[in-house]
Design a protein around this ligand. Structure first.
Ligand SMILES: [Zn+2]
Length: 378
């Protein structure tokens, strides 16, 4: 029988076994100096751009689906220093789209920041990567992000609006580029905020949408492929900011919907002129409402054993809309006064029309807050 040439190649590449007739010879081993060769030949990067990447510091806030994609790509691209901040642990429902984690991480409930750091170091051991298991708040944001020197860029991998507006405040206040990304169901968007050079998040979206109306990945679902597009757009924008920091680009918002294969780039130049930006409370009036804590929800308080109260947020919730949003994904009971959600056996969250909630059966305040963000939306 004639030997299949493909089979012969596989035989050469397989691991050696005891009793092999011929000694095992690796087919080809490249030098690690080759690592960035395909990136360095790209116009606009070159050896110089690669060196800039190696000296750069990127902060990734949130290590869910977007954060995983961004960290994977920036680590492979050789961004020399990465800071990762995330409050959650890996769950089985994350594995469908959170590409840095595996079954062992879910089985042992590893903190995402720690698991992501371990994976990123395995991908590229030349990098300095710090991981923080923390819920980013107005109280710790500046110490976590600025304390070890001003980073070159911040990448948004968060899943709630309040943290996004907090990051926008911090980026504008300290003049750090912020790469915003958002994804839900099959839809996604990406926008790069360059303080002083173009509109900020609040120029374009002055207010976060009101409580209970925003969809979340836990209520509307999310396609891993849509996440990959957004995180790639974010990583590409981040790399561009590092290798060509002074390049003037038109501010724009990229959005798409895979259900209709529609991609759109919205020109945000109109928001850039000083007349329209004069109204922005953040970058024109320089009032950092989210970073100062003025617009932040007060902390959840303990109210009995294993129960936490999340205080009213100042805006009211449409209870029937909340109930129909959550019904497909978790058991819900509702009446005219409250919506009661049972995310898992033994845990119960009761949400009232003034956006206040009582969460029973959770271990700590952080978990109570995370459940609120998942089902009600921040
Ligand atoms: Zn602004």
């Amino acid at each position: 029988m004639e030997q299949n040439p493909l089979f012969a190649t596989l035989e050469i590449n397989r691991r050696p076994r005891r009793g092999d007739a011929v000694p095992y010879v690796p087919l080809h081993v490249t030098d690690s100096a080759d690592r960035y060769s395909r990136q360095e030949i790209l116009p606009g990067i070159g050896k110089g751009g690669q060196e800039l990447l190696g000296r750069s510091h990127a902060v990734v806030i949130g290590c869910g689906a977007l954060g995983c994609g961004v960290i994977d790509q920036l680590a492979r691209a050789g961004v020399g220093k990465l800071t990762i901040v995330d409050r959650d642990v890996v769950e089985w429902s994350n594995l469908q789209r959170q590409t840095l984690f595996d079954e062992e991480d879910a089985r042992t409930g590893q903190p995402k920041a720690v698991a992501a750091r371990r994976r990123a170091i395995a991908i590229n051991s030349t990098l300095a990567i710090s991981a923080h298991i923390a819920d980013l708040t107005h109280e710790n944001a500046e110490s976590l992000i600025i304390a070890h020197g001003k980073p070159d860029l911040i990448l948004d991998g968060t899943d709630n609006l309040e943290t996004r507006y907090l990051l926008n405040d911090l980026a504008v206040k300290h003049g750090i580029p912020l790469v915003y990304g958002g994804v839900i169901a099959r839809r996604g968007m990406q926008m790069t905020i360059r303080p002083g050079r173009g509109p900020c998040l609040r120029c374009v979206f002055p207010e976060p949408s009101s409580n209970g109306e925003a969809e979340t990945c836990d209520t509307a679902g999310v396609l891993g492929a849509a996440v990959a597009i957004v995180s790639s757009l974010q990583a590409a924008a981040g790399i561009e900011l590092v290798v060509n920091p002074d390049r003037e680009t038109k501010p724009c918002l990229i959005e798409f919907d895979l259900a209709s294969t529609r991609f759109r780039t919205i020109d945000l130049s109109a928001y850039s002129d000083s007349a329209s930006r004069a109204e922005c409370i953040c970058c024109a009036k320089r009032r950092y409402e989210f970073l100062s804590g003025e617009r932040t929800r007060p902390a959840a308080t303990l109210c009995g054993r294993g129960s936490f109260q999340i205080p009213a947020a100042g805006s009211r919730i449409d209870l029937s809309r909340l109930a129909s949003k959550v019904a497909p994904v978790a058991p819900v009971t509702a009446n005219e006064f409250f919506v009661r959600i049972a995310p898992r056996p033994g845990v119960e969250m009761t949400v009232f029309a003034d956006a206040r909630a009582v969460v029973r059966g959770t271990a700590n305040e952080g978990e109570a807050r995370a459940l609120y963000d998942r089902y009600v939306g921040a």
